[in-house]
Design a protein around this ligand. Sequence first.
Ligand code: ADP
Ligand code: MG
Length: 562
Amino acid sequence: MKIKILPASVIDKIAAGEVLQRPASAVKELVENSIDADAKRIEISFEAGGKTITVSDDGSGMSEEEVKLAVKRHATSKIATDEDIDKIKTMGFRGEALASIAAVSRFSLKTKREGYEAIELKLSGGKSAQLLPAARARGTTVTIKDIFYNTPARKKFLKTDATERKHIIRSVELAALSHPEISFSLKEKGNILFDLPPDSLKERTGNIIGKNLSRKLLGIEFKNPYIQLSGYISPPEVSFLNKNRIYFFVNRRPVFSPLLMHATGRGYLQFIPPNKNPACVININIKPEFVDVNVHPAKKEVRFVNQQGVHQILSKVITSKLQDVPGVFEVEEAPAKKKKSRPKPSYSKNSGSMPSQNRIAEPRQKYIDSIDLSRARKFTFTPPSTPENKDSSHDDKDKIIPFFQWKNKYVVGHDSKGIVIIDQHTAWERINYEKLKKEASSRKAAAQGLLIPEVVEYERSRAGILSRHAGVLAQYGLIIEDFGPGAFKITAVPASTAKTLRGEEAADMVESIISLIEKTGKGPLKEELMDEILKLIACRSSIMAGDSLSMDEMRKMTANLN
Ligand code: ADP
Ligand code: MG
């Protein structure tokens, strides 16, 4: 057989296959280029699951000479010698991304460098280059259309637009989380998905994973001469079904790392239930010579010189932070006394169920002797079964006036008989449950549209369950629409509950509802199951233990109980 050197166009396509698995990879590479170009603001927009993508920045821009080189393979301004590979500080260094993207799409790059004319370079499948004059301010805009149009095999592997969309959003979120000082905006078909100003990591985290959650996150910090670790982790009482809220960055590069994932799991071992996952944003800074970022074509994986050491440090830093979190039952100690024993997380005390009000008295009796607990009213979550016994425990005169919130978990107040201690989560759960039940029976559930409808996908059997029962869920204000095969769009969530859910929280809830229904087999939903679903919605849409409440919010709660 005759051996031939492959033509450049074929090599480019092969290389493209390695760097670009899907449209989101193109977004990642283009955004990283903008970051490397010192952009202060990066605007990303996409359509049709990423078949069209535009990334625009206000970075350095390029001269005509630079542009011509930029789209050639192994053309990079970021490293020059082989020694440089061992101390990479930029996001890019392989000089492959632009060439690869241009090889498999209809590509346009408009750019202007200070002191040079703005120009546009157009390519189609990496060929028929056209260089045109352009008009724009300093910076670069890359537009790619019809990605993978000339690599049909790759195109076939693309998932539904809904899935590709998720990957795109995720890759921009990763870039935004690792570079909070840069302003990012993301648009889909002209609709703004987010538009973030330059921020601190804490604020940026709030914008990406939700303000409610980010308020509860705990800061972590560790430093030795080799490695520096910082970021935010969720406290023991907050955990999730999936790993979507776990983010790792090594030298500001988002990485997928089984090692770091395992270390995190180890760190949380005694603090959250085994089937649950935390939320965390973890930044590892390590001298470039102690980490290899060149083990994966898309630079998604890293290898540490001392894998074991990094694992140990991360899990220990997490565990020691979680041990410092005051337990549910801990009361501020007198300043003279030092903390001796570490409080246990609330979940291990009562296996995941919410602490009920009457438990408060036991462990720390001496601190609260002055409160007459025999008079405390119990608000445990036992939904009334008949209309008669509803509200029979208190009449109109017997209003609860809140005093203060205790440990972000209990509302302490009084009524005509004395002191009342209310578990805020359980109380809201009951209030929500009763409201939803009433609304559902009158078929007037209030729904609140989501700003960004959450798209979820399930395999056939689970998708079938959701299709069959979406109508029932709509009675509670949870509106779910079909969105292509196996895909659904959650467009609205219950509005009359204590907390309006975010898209991801709603998706988590829908997943739990499907699991509930799945367990009980086929056929129409029985009444008990409907009730279970209602309780689940009531629980997830509640103020959580750990949420701090303003006086107004406490009043709103007690008013609902009165
Ligand atoms: P790499 O990022 O690995 O160097 P790329 O193919 O992604 O390789 O980019 C090639 C070169 O093009 C970069 O080294 C950089 O000099 C230039 N470049 C790419 N995108 C931009 C941009 N948005 N702004 C300025 N220069 C850019
Ligand atoms: Mg690059």
